[in-house]
Design a protein around this ligand. Structure first.
Ligand SMILES: [Zn+2]
Length: 80
């Protein structure tokens, strides 16, 4: 017996979630795992990297930008 299913495709839009605030920037040293404080201003972790490099000689960093997305159906029913 064959199973039948009916699928309906809905187009979605992905945007920055305005309820979750601004993006958060941070950096971490890949040599010693020290890390900057999270900041809404990307210059703050960048400056932390330069100070850390000057103080320790460590030159590799992992930069992260964290932001929240929200998916919104463009038509038809929303999520189940
Ligand atoms: Zn380091």
């Amino acid at each position: 017996m064959a199973l039948r299913s009916r699928m309906r495709f809905v187009h979605w839009s992905l945007t920055i979630d305005p309820d979750k605030g601004e993006a958060v920037y941070a950096a971490a040293c890949v040599t010693c795992d020290d890390a900057s404080e999270p900041s809404a201003d990307k210059r703050s972790p960048e400056q932390w990297c330069l100070r850390h490099a000057g103080r320790t000689g460590h030159m590799g960093f992992l930069a992260t930008i964290t932001s929240h997305f929200r998916a919104t159906p463009l038509e038809g029913p929303g999520p189940p």
